[in-house]
Design a protein. Structure first.
Length: 511
């Protein structure tokens, strides 16, 4: 059933989005946490005891994301399915948010429902829907959608209450992900081509948000906290928007690395530019805001050397909004005798795209199941030695295997191309050793931190090696852990030294 018009149509569309997303992503409920999830859980644990911890997190400043993880910890503890449920709820909320944004900007219920459903089912959203660490992209999209919904239309004044609401949501975006710095572009899209009052609004909002963004960047750089990602300006900087748009138009498959400037990308940029010009001349708010969302979504990723799918979540929503608004205007402009046929053709095309997207998402979920299985094995192996770990003290974790399941999955994906960051010094390259042990120990009063000094001297400790068959104790305890680790390093093995301590220990922040 396709949604009709009015409140009933909106309700049906919302239910359709929620139901299809739940059915499509049901397998994720059985996945383990993966990758950075475990380190984020360490941060969430510390933040639940000392909220100022989030201020000292290197590379990232995402307190709102950490707050959701603290809530997840309280609700689900170590039941990973609960964390994935939160991600799915955020994904559905974002899809319904896009629906309401499209309606707010003047699209009818049917085109709004179509574009929202296509976004919800798109393989571009799998990573942010499945990977707990990537929920920040979805949350930032929700914040920006809320700003659009709160922004007054041409015939509404900007009341103090509405202004306060916009400022509050903008503040939430600041606490969600570093990409918020592109928010001035969103304000430009909301006010461009408006009357004098609207121009004053967006000029003021864009100016103040730009000042805030510059101040934010200055603080991050001067304090040495830096910005996340592999920052590098090179050929990929120019190629990225070309490749992204080509992927949106199904001219290329989105690749996280190795993308180049191609003629397909040039065609995609030309088509998108034509859509933007058309929206400007038609004074189409939906198209203009869609273009702004695309630019605001893609701009912060340009200096980063890679392009994982989660980076294009917001940009894809903006592109769909831009394209759908053009299609809706085109259908209206077509002569009445051809309109029905054009609607049928578009309906068939949408159905084919949706089916293809669902098939790709299912294939991607197979890959994520393979990733989850690798973590399940490692967690089982780690739990087998948990009872022998000290309650406090130093532990050397040595990697004596060359097994790299993430590389195997990335080299032979069942779905689209994927980018995984293997931790070469840690067991199977899967997860930071300190975060792994802290998760498995599972005691609220115990934390585990990496000891960053390679020379630890002659101190007692424990040493455990990870082999193809699991963990093997080298010594428990070792009278001289420093000597053991020196021998390990001379043998060419990769290793970590971690310190297990009480959370209230003044020396918990190791050198």
């Amino acid at each position: 059933m396709m949604p009709g018009s009015g409140t009933g149509g909106v309700l049906i569309a919302s239910m359709l989005i929620a139901a299809t997303a739940a059915a499509l992503y049901a397998p994720a409920a059985h996945f383990e946490l993966t990758g950075d999830d475990y380190q984020l859980m360490q941060l969430a644990k510390m933040a639940s005891h000392s909220p100022t911890t989030v201020l000292s997190a290197e590379g990232q400043f995402r307190p709102l994301v950490i707050a959701t993880l603290i809530t997840d910890r309280a609700l689900w503890h170590q039941r990973s399915g609960g964390y994935h449920l939160t991600n799915l709820v955020l994904h559905v909320v974002c899809g319904i948010g896009l629906l309401t944004v499209a309606l707010r900007l003047g699209l009818g219920v049917l085109p709004a429902a179509v574009l929202s459903l296509l976004w919800t089912l798109s393989p571009f959203g799998v990573e942010s829907a499945v990977w707990v660490s990537a929920r920040s992209d979805t949350m930032l999209a929700i914040c920006w959608f809320l700003i659009i919904l709160l922004w007054p239309g041409p015939d509404r004044r900007f009341s103090a209450r509405r202004a306060l609401a916009v400022i509050t949501v903008a503040g939430a975006a600041v606490l969600t992900k570093e990409s918020w710095v592109a928010m001035p572009i969103l304000f430009v899209g909301l006010g461009i081509h408006g009357n004098d009052s609207q121009v004053r609004r967006w000029t003021l909002a864009a100016t103040w948000s730009a000042i805030a963004a510059l101040g934010y960047l200055a603080v991050r750089i001067t304090t040495g906290s830096g910005l996340p990602g592999q920052i590098a300006i090179s050929g990929h900087t120019l190629a990225k928007p070309f490749h992204t748009l080509a992927a949106f138009l199904f001219l290329e498959e989105l690749r996280p690395i190795g993308y180049t400037l191609t003629w397909r990308g040039t065609i995609a940029v030309a088509v998108t530019a034509a859509l933007c010009v058309s929206a400007y001349h038609a004074r189409d708010r939906a198209g203009l805001v869609g273009a702004a969302l695309f630019l605001a979504g893609i701009l912060p990723t340009l200096p980063v050397s890679n392009l994982p799918h989660r980076y294009v979540v917001i940009a894809h929503a903006g592109f769909l909004l831009l394209f759908t608004s053009w299609a809706a205007r085109t259908i209206v402009a077509i002569a009445a005798r051809y309109r029905k046929a054009s609607q049928i053709m578009i309906g068939v095309a949408v159905a084919l795209v949706a089916l293809a997207d669902c098939a790709m998402v299912r294939a991607d979920l197979v890959d994520w199941r393979r990733v989850s299985n690798a973590y399940t094995v490692l967690l089982q192996q780690t739990r087998s030695i948990a009872q022998d770990l000290p309650s406090e003290g130093m532990v050397g974790v040595i990697r004596m295997e060359n097994h790299n399941p993430l590389a195997e999955i990335a080299s032979q994906p069942r779905g689209g191309w994927k980018l995984f960051f293997a931790r070469q010094d840690d067991p199977s390259g899967l997860v930071d050793s300190a975060a792994l042990l802290e998760w498995v120990i599972d005691r609220e009063e115990i934390i585990v931190r990496t000891w960053t000094t390679s020379q630890i001297g002659s101190i007692p400790g424990y040493a455990v090696a990870h082999t193809e068959g699991g963990f093997v104790w080298l010594c428990k305890p070792c009278s001289d852990l420093g000597q053991v680790m020196s021998e390990v390093n001379r043998s060419g093995y990769r290793s970590r030294i971690v310190r297990i301590a009480r959370i209230d220990d003044d020396a918990r922040w190791v050198p």
